[in-house]
Design a binder for this molecule. Structure first.
Ligand code: PRP
Ligand code: GLN
Ligand code: MG
Length: 485
């Protein structure tokens, strides 16, 4: 499996329904709202009168479900869906989730996962040694093998046993004939929420935006270490461990999640506006206009403009029909899609001193292209402001950066990046500024956020990834303090 671990992928979206006649259709709609979380593949398993039926494929949801019959065949009172962006295991059909396991004695199980397991490689090696035969190369599958090998006697006890053996980032959902189950890792890295449908059914999914879209009412976030069990007796909020410490992925607030979602009570758009405001306080500059980089930085740009008093302008336009660049799998594809995706509005930027606000700088592809666009359109000066701290360390909990090699800020000082990007000034939000802007009500370190990609402080041991990271870091230029040049 190690050869197949990709360095350039990110997260996934989960959506499950229990006890509604339209479970599969609702799941389809919910996945559509979560499409931004994964574009490599999609799948839905429906619990039908004829047992569990699955339809899955590579590509966007609309590319996978092309005929009404594909969805109709999944109809029943429960369903589980997934949109994938791989973190471990290749972009091949057998890794597209939900994974479906057929058991003639105990009934079928569908499994879906958002996150990345840090000890999957070593667990798999042990399991294979013991005779396990895997059907995929994704990290996700180890959970099912651990469930089946558990000596506990009930499914819930076996599941808890298995959840205590996997490490890293996970929001897991499982569907059986008897219930829908959802679990969050002990740090709650990835978002996962529970809602109620108008007719009393239950929805569990990655983001509240998907609850809203299907008319469900938010009930609560799945707690770190929590296990939610939904079956004929209702919804139970249980847990598999009490050794927990909230460390929500801060990149969810910065970039991944939809602005209309709420994670642990914090609206994503409003958090981004506060990041922009704080950035304006920390890194002011004299300029004529503030422009965001559509889409994800528009909230932060608005915040920067509000706080600085510099007019907010639409300097860049985005084509609606090009997918997110950050999660395109190769550098060549990323560069091409940035060019196809954005263009400058010449009369807005010509002759102006522009504060360009983006939410993150990963490889620098987007910023390099935009600077060129703005210069070509006649901008007088460009002051790039990033509403997150410099990304200098990889993530092993589900974001698509598993190596320092591709991180611009891990390989260059802020001053060197300013020159490489061709901007007049460059500055980032501080880690404290980020934490206070998100403003989670948590007493955990970093106000309940994971900021490992900025500070190198990982909330958990890195298991299978530890040795590689250490050797990479030993070779790097990293000066963690500096945020402006
Ligand atoms: O430094 P880079 O490697 O270019 O990556 C960073 C960029 O990628 C993301 O945008 P993306 O275009 O993926 O999505 P968006 O349209 O939602 O902002 C992010 O918002 C930055 O703009
Ligand atoms: N991005 C994700 O959450 C991916 C889930 C899982 N690690 C996979 O690669 O399929
Ligand atoms: Mg962007």
């Amino acid at each position: 499996m190690s050869d197949e671990i990709k360095g350039l992928n990110e997260e996934c979206g989960l959506f499950g329904v229990w006890d509604d006649d339209h479970a599969a259709d609702i799941t389809y709609l919910g996945l559509h709202i979560l499409q931004h979380r994964g574009q490599e593949g999609a799948g839905i398993v429906g619990l039908t009168d004829a047992g569990m039926v699955r339809h899955r494929g590579l590509g966007l949801l609309a590319e996978v479900f092309t005929k009404p019959q594909q969805l109709a065949s999944l109809r029943g009172r429960a369903a589980l869906g997934h949109v994938r962006y791989s973190t471990a295991g290749g972009r091949v059909l057998e890794n597209i989730q939900p994974l479906l396991f057929r058991f003639t004695t105990t009934g079928d199980v569908a499994l879906a996962h958002n996150g990345n397991l840090t000890n999957a490689r070593s667990l798999r090696a042990q399991l294979e040694e013991g005779g396990a035969i895997f059907q995929s190369s994704s990290d996700t599958e180890v959970l099912m093998h651990l469930i089946r090998r558990s000596h506990q006697t009930t499914f819930v006890a076996q599941l808890k046993d298995a959840l205590n053996q996997v490490h890293g980032g996970f929001a897991f959902m499982l569907l059986t004939e008897h219930g829908l189950y959802a679990a969050s890792d002990p740090n709650g890295f990835r978002p996962l929420v529970v809602g109620t449908l108008p007719d009393g059914g239950t929805v569990i999914c990655s983001e509240t935006a998907a609850l809203n879209a299907v008319g469900a009412t938010f009930v609560q976030d799945v707690a770190p270490g929590g296990l939610v069990i939904v079956d004929q007796s209702g919804v139970r909020f249980d847990h598999y461990t009490t050794h927990t410490q909230l460390a929500v992925c801060s990149m969810e607030y910065i970039y991944f999640a939809r602005p209309d979602s709420e994670i642990h009570g914090v609206n994503v758009h409003q958090a981004r506006v506060r990041m922009g405001r704080r950035l304006a306080q920390e890194q002011p500059v004299a300029a004529d206009i503030v422009c965001g980089v559509p889409n994800s930085s528009l909230s932060a740009a608005m915040g920067y403009a509000q706080e600085s008093g510099i007019p907010y302008e639409m300097g860049l336009v985005k084509s609606q029909y090009v997918a997110r660049t950050f999660i395109q799998p190769t550098q060549a594809l990323r560069e091409r899609s940035v060019r196809m995706k954005l263009s400058a509005i010449r009369p807005v930027v010509a002759g102006k001193r522009v504060v360009l606000v983006d939410d993150s700088l990963v490889r620098g592809t987007t910023a390099r292209q935009i600077v060129k666009l703005l210069r070509d359109a006649g901008a007088k000066s460009i002051h790039l402001r990033i509403s997150s701290p410099p990304l200098r360390f990889p993530c092993f909990y589900g974001i698509d950066i598993q190596s320092t090699h591709e991180l611009m800020a891990a390989n260059h000082s802020v001053a060197a990046m300013r020159t490489l990007l061709g901007v007049d000034s460059l500055a980032f939000l501080s880690v404290a500024g980020l934490e206070q802007s998100v403003n989670l009500t948590s007493t955990a370190p970093h106000h309940g956020l994971c900021v490992a990609y900025f500070t190198g402080e990982y909330p958990t041991p890195l298991d299978d990834y530890d040795a590689t990271l250490r050797s990479e870091l030993a070779q790097l230029y990293i000066n963690v303090g500096e945020v402006s040049a």
